[in-house]
Design a protein around this ligand. Structure first.
Ligand code: SAM
Length: 287
């Protein structure tokens, strides 16, 4: 296939297929030729590896994945792109397209049916409107995957890459660090996309932890409490958790004391171990 990073080629291809961009689906396609090879390489596409791609667009990243990986299965929501991909990926017999919403695909079944005997990684230039839900779904479902490498907009990247115990963190920071080790791979300027968005992006790789941090006896309760803790920024842990979960303040204060934390501590000042300790103490004092 001709160079899919060439703007003239892309325009000609899209107009031939009568394709118009959908803003609602986050369709900003990569047209910077240096970016996709780097995502594919640093995302782990190689021999013995099966790749799940989310959102193919016209297949510019898919091409680089297919060149390197044993097999690529891509999930794309926009059925208008199927005939485009038939053309742009015609040379590969290690590619399979699933038209659908990634949030509704049974990834566990997909992995066991398509990737037997292969290591599995996820690579994607994610649609910005659904970045966090997709990342959380991939991490929480405890799939047999080694890493998740995604391009996200800078603002989302800041939250995802924040260190636990710092001002920039949020509930999503706790979750990604619980399940993985996030690492910034590189930044990508807004001019690398067609159409060009208003913000720059970055590529992050989440290396999935073999063992999640110890001490959590009830993950659903832990994450519910963490979300409550970060629901009202800059409030104390006691005030946020009691108001968001509808609990008596005295119970939260008791749990904070049992966890040996300062009475007026703020959630963004706590380490992962301290958050776990607080949640376990809170659980133990609930009626
Ligand atoms: N990978 C291509 C690239 O880098 O040029 C396209 C990336 S574009 C930012 C996001 C892609 O995700 C679009 O093709 C869009 O149609 C698709 N998409 C949006 N929502 C989706 C969903 N819920 N499930 C699967 N694909 C989705």
């Amino acid at each position: 296939m001709e160079n899919l990073s060439n703007i003239q080629t892309v325009k000609e291809l899209l107009s031939r297929h009568g394709f118009t961009f959908s803003k609602a689906l986050g369709q900003n396609f990569l047209v910077n030729p240096t970016v996709c090879p780097k995502i594919a390489e640093q995302g782990g596409a190689g021999k013995g590896v099966g790749v799940i791609e989310i959102g193919t667009g016209i297949g510019v990243l898919t091409n680089e994945l297919c060149k390197r990986a044993e097999k690529v299965v891509a999930v794309e929501i926009d059925e208008r792109l199927a005939p485009v991909l038939e053309e742009t990926l015609a040379e590969y017999d290690n590619f399979k397209l699933i038209i659908g919403d990634i949030m509704n695909v049974d990834l566990k079944a997909l992995i066991s049916e398509e990737f037997e005997g292969l290591d599995v990684v996820v690579c994607a230039n994610l649609p910005y409107y659904i970045t966090s839900p997709i990342i959380m779904m991939l991490l929480e479902s405890r799939l047999r995957i080694r890493s998740v490498t995604v391009m996200v907009q800078k603002e989302a990247g800041t939250r995802l890459l924040a260190k636990v115990g710092t001002r920039d963190m949020g509930a999503v920071t706790v979750a990604v660090n619980y399940y993985s080790t996030p690492k910034l791979l590189f930044n990508v300027s807004r001019g690398s996309f067609m159409p060009s968005p208003n913000v720059d992006s970055c590529v992050i790789r989440f290396d999935i932890r073999e063992n999640t941090p110890s001490g959590v006896t009830d993950e659903a309760f832990f994450f519910k409490t963490v979300r409550a803790a970060f629901s009202q920024r800059r409030k104390t842990l006691c005030n946020s958790v009691s108001s968001a979960l509808g609990l008596d303040k005295a119970l939260c204060a008791k749990a904070i004391d049992m966890a040996s934390l300062p009475p007026a501590c703020r959630p963004e000042a706590l380490s992962m171990d301290e958050l776990i300790r607080f949640c376990e103490c809170l659980k133990s004092v609930l009626p």
